[in-house]
Structures are given as C-alpha cells and as structure tokens.
Design a protein around this ligand. Sequence first.
Ligand code: AMP
Length: 283
Amino acid sequence: MIVSGNISKVRKVIKEAKRRNKLVGFVPTMGALHAGHMSLVKRAKKECSFVVVSIFLNPTQFGPGQDLRRYPKCFAKDTHLLRRAGIDLLFYPRQEAMYQRNHSVYVQEDSLSKGLCGKFRPGHFRGVCTVVGKLFNIVEPDIAYFGQKDYQQALILKRLVRDLNFSLKIKILPIIREKDKLALSSRNSYLSPGERTDALSLYSSLREAKSLIKKGERNPRKIINEMKRIILSKKGVKIEYIKIVDAQNLKELDKIRAPVLIALAVYIGKTRLIDNVIINVKG
Ligand code: AMP
C-alpha cells in the first residue's frame, strides 16, 4: 500500500495504474474508520483492480461550533485496517495541500442541498461538493463508493457528477449497523454508555415507521408523530428533524408514495446523529 499526501505523486501513481489498464475504485473518508467505511472498501476491492482511499478531515464542510476540532483521529489504526484490506493507495493530504491559503472557488449544488441536513448545516454541502470535486479531479476514479448513511450527500454527489460532467460512476451502498441496529458512525465514540442506549431510539423509530407503512399508513404526519413519541421518550435528546421525502428528489410528501426516504437527525446530548431508511411502497 502506498501512503502519500502529495498530490503530484498520487496523480503519477494513478496515471501509471491506468496505463496498466487498472479500473480505479475510490472511497473518500474523513478517517476514524469503522465497518461502515470498510464495507465500501471491500466492495471497491471486489469490483476494481486499483483501490484508492482518501482520509481528509475537510474543514470547509464544518460550520463554526461544529465538531471539526474534536473529530476522532486514528491514523495508525486506519492505516492498519486499510493495509489489511489490501488497498493500493491511501491518499492522506494535509490541509494546506488541499486548500491554498487564498483559495476562493467552491462548488455548490442548489436544489437537493436545500432540505434535510442542508437546512441545519449551512455551507456543509458546499464544502462536501468542493472537496469531493477536488478529490475526483486528483484521483480520477472510474467508480466512487458512498454510504446510504449519508444519503442526501450521496444523491448530491451524483448530481455533481452529472452536472459537471465528471467521468465516473457513483455507487451508494447500504448502511452498516451494530448488532443492536445503531448505525455505525465515527461520532458514536462521543456517546456515554447511557447515551449509546438512548441512541437506539433512532432506529426503533425508523423501524416503527416502516411497520406503519407496511400496515397501510400513508399519512406522513401520523408516522412522524409516532417517531417523535419514540425518540422523545428518552431524556436529553433533541430532534433536529424527521422528514419523509421522495427518495429521488428529496421533496417532502403529503402522501406516502414509493420510494420514500425517512431521514432524521437527532442530538443525543451534544452528539448529532443521523440515520435513514428507504422504503419501497407498493400501491
Ligand atoms: P465519513 O468518513 O463520515 O465522511 O464517511 C465516509 C463514507 O463512509 C461516506 O460515504 C459515508 O456515507 C460512509 N459511511 C459512514 N458510515 C457508514 C455506515 N454505517 N454504513 C455504510 N457507510 C457508511
């Protein structure tokens, strides 16, 4: 495994791989890797002959007062996991290599970014689109892998690829969960044992929503109220949003129609967690 933070070197290594007709798979991450990240790496390894992972804690996607400074960093463990997974190249750039001091160009998506997390994290998706656009230009992958865990992000990045004519395919892979169904997240490490238990209410509420839809409920408001009841039964939690939207355009629905995305963001103490399910509704 080559480890480099040098953009010219990384370009050169990838150019050489392409000259040897390798299919380049790419998994961008912010590090603190867990089984969710590794599921993307495994799929990339299965489908591609040259796998690149990036670890870059991107400052432009964090707003003031968000958790950039305390975001977990475990480079030694991450490198070990990636080496064991057999990836070819780990791109680990320094902040100054990615952003010149007077950088002034950003990439902004103007439709899908408006709702859900975008409403509560102004500038977040602009930071994501900018950094991922830059990473795509550096790595020039054939396939890039993202998790459904950040479904809005993945959909926005698909739009970025389409609208800015990047020559690659984006694949969105399922959410990896703990045994008790908590979605894996680097931020779970912030949770105290009590908060960790309270966090299970996120998936319980999504499971209840799924079950209500299966039983024929088509009124989003009723489903959301039931989800709120489940989550707010825990003390010390604050719901940022619970939304039921069209899974393709992220527009809010007044009646459940397939396929729907049920997405939520909830503060467990000071930790903001997100989760979602996509439901294919019949009839
Ligand atoms: P991050 O390091 O949080 O930027 O995540 C890097 C990639 O891993 C993104 O595409 C995430 O959607 C994906 N990811 C994070 N958590 C999970 C999970 N529990 N299951 C599947 N993919 C995940």
